[in-house]
Design a protein around this ligand. Structure first.
Ligand SMILES: [Zn+2]
Length: 341
């Protein structure tokens, strides 16, 4: 096995260790959508593709750690379809890869011991868990190993992990053009207590997590609309001379991030953050006289905490707060560019 932090064209075993080293260095996330993923859901991506259509990049090693990052299946597929021709973003990711490269090399050197334990653990990460033989062996050995892990490596057993309930939609055709429908982002972080609470929510209270997430979106949508309207009203005269909402904030996709699931007194409480965006016609209170138009269509992002408690009766208690939305000037300028086409 080669010990270089380079993509190998011959050794799958080496690439498996390299992926593990990359996943650790990049914080357990897909580098493109920034979604936390488990190791098994990630692959090695060449940030600048190995065979760019424009020909080879002179004097540049596409297989080095400086050009590698962990990517999730859906992002890899979209990237493969050539939908990511996003040069500024690729440049930024290359910068990130260069800064992560020393950590990748260090991680790899640590893993790259040819001893039996590393090889055995590596085999487990590559195993087909759907195969009954594999499942049987893992159950047998797992029962023997878990007490040791619990005692010696509690951090491994209690490690939080993220379940990804994001809903992705196929592209739709609008006026002859393929358009990507925004995904419905939904992530649930679970620690050991959260995993137990999730079982109670789903199996005892009869509320599958995807239903709970849908429930939360629709329950809070009126609150979000009201809170945003109220925030715009308060901003008038301070930040803005005038501010008029363009469409309802809840008609855009709402991201749901559940950071904690807890069970107590026959109730399961989910807490986390809601995230979304909206547009409004605003006129700045401090007018820039060079500006040709006093009023503009501005894009805003909001994010705020929420809590939702379920019992056998369903949703019995809920709160949310969208906080102070922030104008996204970057997206606004991108939208202007699009109009010029
Ligand atoms: Zn991704």
């Amino acid at each position: 096995m080669t010990e270089d932090a380079r993509y190998s064209h011959t050794s799958r075993e080496h690439n498996r260790l390299l992926l593990l080293a990359l996943v650790q260095a990049w914080g357990g996330k897909c580098y493109w959508c920034r979604t936390p993923k488990t190791f098994r859901d990630l692959q090695i991506d060449h940030i600048i593709p190995r065979n760019p259509r424009g020909g080879a990049v002179q004097g540049f090693d596409v297989d080095s750690a400086e050009n590698l990052a962990p990517i999730c299946g859906p992002c890899n597929q979209e990237k493969g379809n050539g939908e990511f021709e996003d040069a500024p973003r690729v440049d930024a990711m290359r910068q990130a890869a260069m800064s992560h490269a020393p950590a990748v090399q260090r991680n790899l050197a640590r893993f790259h011991k040819n001893d039996a334990v590393v090889k055995a653990l590596l085999a487990v990460t590559a195993a087909d868990l759907a195969s009954p033989d594999v499942a049987e062996s893992i159950e047998a050995f797992g029962a023997a190993i878990m007490p040791v892990f619990r005692e010696k490596f509690p951090r491994v057993v209690d490690a939080r992990y993220t379940k990804d309930y994001t809903r992705r939609f196929p592209p739709v055709e609008v006026e002859g053009r393929q358009s990507q429908v925004p995904e419905e982002r939904a992530l649930v972080e679970l620690d050991a207590e959260g995993q137990r609470a999730l079982v109670i929510l789903e199996d005892v209270l009869g509320m599958p997590m995807p239903d709970a997430l849908r429930d939360i979106r629709s329950y809070f949508s009126r609150d979000i609309d009201d809170e945003v309207k109220e925030w715009l009203r308060r901003s008038e005269s301070r930040q803005y001379r005038s501010a008029d909402l363009h469409g309802r904030p809840s008609s855009n996709r709402i991201g749901v991030y559940v950071y904690e699931v807890r069970y107590a007194d026959d109730q399961v409480t989910l807490t986390g953050e809601l995230e979304g965006s909206f547009a409004a016609y605003v006129e700045d209170a401090e007018r820039d006289y060079e500006d040709w138009s006093p009023s503009r269509l501005a894009d805003f992002d909001f994010i705020g905490p929420f809590g939702a408690t379920y019992s056998r009766e369903g949703l019995i208690d809920a709160y949310m707060d969208v906080g102070d939305p922030e104008e996204n000037r970057w997206r606004h300028s991108m939208a202007m560019l699009d109009l010029d086409e």
